[in-house]
Design a protein around this ligand. Structure first.
Ligand code: GTP
Ligand code: MG
Length: 470
């Protein structure tokens, strides 16, 4: 190893002798792990007691030895050191040797039986290869000393000493690292998706057909009215644009979207969506509102929301944060029908801003929820911008439900808004794309389908009283 090419890593207060590249090579053998240095012979001594003091009962560990000829080699065990005086079975154990730039060599344990002899002595692999032997900076290889197949154990590991460590048993360092699954909040390779999504064209077509064929449970309602509420810039207008794009088969941007200090949407808009350019209107209407702001007297007002929910507010009504909509005049004119009321409320929340949500905004949302609850209207959370929240999702949307980071965000938004985790739907809206994308479509349509299902629950709930003025 060339001088200067080695970058030391500081782990705890001890300093690892592995360079960044070497650590990566070693981690590559273990998949998605973090290493914490427990023991360093040059600091703690080569005595077996010093090793046991620091490495016993630490779970999986990897031992890394450095010999005078520049070989970096050692072994991994998934079983604790406990000084039990017994042979340890460990099917995951392996010996390794890290070489220059190439992939490290790995000699897996044969059956796992006799993978280690666990006593108070020096750490060993298969009772074949001892490190810090006799409390010295040496390696002892039973096979090299004519003791192969010791005690009827056979050779738990098959390796060539010349390849593994260049036949040089003199050590200049020996380290032991605790091996733990990575705490990195991004993604775990071993993780199963926490929600199942079929990212296929067949699924997209199925979802589109289900939405097309959907009929609200209530015969008096031809289209479900879905209201989008959320902070400024959360992606309310973009969600409508995205759904409209999916059904139009091309990118559309009918609703104005973008970023400004205050809400870009200033009017109440009810957007029907057509099934293609010349197609029939679909059985839902997306209602877009002005963004919520934390200060009172700014952004969408809670009284306005109340009027919208009850169907008083007409399309294109221009919001005025200082003077809320006056429902009394409208009411006197004509009481709204069930068709004009809101059947499902969608809280649109930006995944990148959940932790930054101020308590004032949280209070505002809680007050809105209280109002919506009192009317018995179905509620759902649309968690947008999952691409911006997690780089792995940005690269591949299919990583969404294996990303533990997104999972924590879903849990966070669920607890901050007081809605069940199952009601939080992560999506990526179309924002800068020019062409539609299958994964994006599947997620958007899944969310829309869920909204229609929730609206049905609402209809189901009020059905017995149909006929009465609601
Ligand atoms: N990367 C990404 N950007 C998004 C997403 N959704 C919305 N955006 C962008 O976020 C910005 C705000 O989106 P809008 O749809 O205008 O947000 P809004 O909730 O309607 O905001 P107001 O009308 O101002 O209250 C736009 O620049 C969008 O392109 C998303 O899922 N991913
Ligand atoms: Mg908007």
């Amino acid at each position: 190893m060339k001088k200067g090419s080695k970058r030391s890593l500081s782990l705890n207060s001890l300093t690892s002798s592995l360079s960044e590249d070497q650590r990566k090579q070693l981690c590559g053998l273990l998949e998605n792990v973090e290493l914490t240095l427990l023991f360093k012979a040059s600091v703690h001594g080569y005595q077996a007691s010093a090793f046991h003091q620091r490495c016993d009962r630490q779970g999986p560990t990897v031992l890394v030895a450095y010999n005078r000829s520049g070989y970096i080699f050692g072994g991994y065990t998934s079983v604790d050191y406990t000084q039990s005086g017994r042979d340890v079975t460990d099917e995951e154990a392996f010996l390794f040797s890290i070489r220059g730039g190439g992939a490290p060599l790995c000699f897996k344990v044969n059956s796992g039986q006799y993978a280690r002899y666990d006593d108070a002595g020096a750490p060993n692999f298969g009772d074949q290869l001892y490190f810090c032997y006799s409390n010295q900076a040496t390696v002892y290889d039973q096979g090299q000393n004519g003791y192969g197949g010791y005690g009827g154990r056979g050779n738990p590991f098959n390796f060539d000493p010349a390849t593994l460590y260049g036949n040089d048993t003199q050590l200049r360092e020996c380290e032991v690292y605790k091996v733990e699954e990575k705490k990195d909040p991004q993604i775990s390779v071993k993780m199963k998706p926490w929600r199942n999504v079929q990212w296929t064209e067949k699924r997209r077509d199925e979802l589109m057909k289900m939405i097309r064929d959907y009929k609200p449970l209530m015969p008096s309602v031809s289209r479900v009215r879905i209201l989008m509420i959320g902070p400024v810039g959360a992606g309310k207008s973009s969600f409508f644009n995205s759904i409209n794009s999916v059904f139009m088969g091309r990118m559309t941007s009918k609703a104005m979207s973008g970023s400004a200090g205050t809400s870009l949407t200033t009017q109440f808009r009810t957007y029907p969506v057509k099934d293609g350019r010349e197609g029939k209107p679909l059985p839902f209407v997306l209602c877009d509102t002005m963004g919520l702001e934390e200060q009172s007297g700014a952004g969408l007002d809670i009284d306005d929301i109340s009027s919208i929910l009850q169907g008083h507010v007409p399309d294109r009504y221009k919001f005025n944060p200082t003077t809320p909509f006056q429902p009394e005049e409208q009411k006197a004119f004509r009481p709204p029908s069930l068709q004009e009321k809101i059947h499902c409320v969608v809280y649109v929340i930006d995944a990148t801003k959940i932790s930054l949500m101020s308590s004032k905004l949280e209070e505002k949302l809680a007050a809105i929820r209280k109002k919506v609850n009192s009317l018995g209207i179905a509620q759902i959370v649309l968690m947008t911008k999952v691409d911006e929240a997690c780089p792995l999702v940005e690269e591949d949307l299919q990583s969404l439900y294996v990303s533990s980071y997104i999972k924590t965000k879903v849990q966070e938004v669920s607890s901050r808004l007081g809605v069940p985790v199952s009601c939080v739907l992560p999506v990526k809206n179309y924002s800068q794309e020019l062409e539609l994308e299958l994964n994006c479509d599947v997620l958007l349509l899944t969310a829309l389908q869920q909204m229609l299902r929730f609206a049905d629950d609402y209809f189901d709930d009020i059905r017995p009283v149909e006929g009465n003025p609601i």
